[in-house]
Ligand binder design. Sequence first.
Ligand SMILES: *Cc1c(COP(=O)(O)O)cnc(C)c1O
Length: 368
Amino acid sequence: MHRPYNFSAGPAAIPEEVLRQAAAEMLDWHGSGMGVMEMSHRGREFISIYEQAEADLRELLAVPPQFKILFMQGGGLAENAIVPLNLSRGGALDFVVTGGWSQKSQQEARKYASVRIAASGEASGFTTLPDPATWQLDPQAAYVHACTNETIHGVEFQRLPDLKALGSDAPLVIDFSSHVASRPVDWSRVGLAFAGAQKNLGPAGLTLVVVREDLLGHALPACPSAFDYKTVADNQSMYNTPPTYAIYIAGLVFQWLKRQTDGALAGIAAMEARNIAKAKLLYGFIDGSQLYVNKVAPDCRSRMNVPFFLRDESRNDAFLAGAKARGLLQLKGHKSVGGMRASIYNALPLAGVQALVDYMREFEQHHA
Ligand SMILES: *Cc1c(COP(=O)(O)O)cnc(C)c1O
């Protein structure tokens, strides 16, 4: 028997192997006589957990040496303030607004810097992404912010924009919270990337920041020391006590990712192949059905978050109740969009998407 399939947008499913290992190590980690939650972050045991997690993540995501990996706290929303505090240098910022999350980011940044909207997908109800060739970039901008996977609206950049080719030397800042580790990252196009861990990396409470070294050391005077990237980097993410248990679980997820294979592919490449297959199965079924609809333009669709609607919305509650009875959990859509949303992150297997599609087909037949 498998556990129910969990389609939560976040905090989201964690690989069962990871949960079992964590349970087995809860009272005594590797013969130390301590659980990980009880260890000093300065001790030999935790330092080894931390260093392994960082090295595994660097390998998995192929993070180049000129980037620092920081394990922080505060989530994606705190980064909406922490990024301008560190990178704005009193200059103006360009935002690409493609859904609910980048919308929130630009609002928060206005507290710290002057913000321009370089492009927006709002006119389409965030069902398409504005073509980078149409972005109105300010050559003086301190950075350009984009959310590369919009968790609520279900749009995803299939390629990172090449700002240099668009005439801008500004660093690109990406919020990749909800598709980190689901596909490779072209670091040559990125200045800084941040992600809350609770979608695809591990438990809530941990925030990943990957930042190019030359962007460190320019924080505004009002920036809290614990949120100054240079302070965090100089102290190996241990200026203050880091979220130790969340880092440990994320480290187990990284080891799980390293073990994954798909044919000749391994690690993130294997995950990407599986994520493509999962998305193809679900979107293919939705597009072929009479009852369900996804409104996002096909070339902008997220592989991770699939919002969909029943053409007859009076059946929403019946759909969700039937899903739950079959062990298909947390499919209710975000309150700002309505309908349903299936988040199909790394930890949700193809068999889970197949079970969802089987249920959706049966529900449609019974309600025809
Ligand atoms: C979930 C999410 C966030 C918010 O993260 P918090 O940890 O709640 O602050 C930010 N951006 C994106 C794209 C997300 O999916």
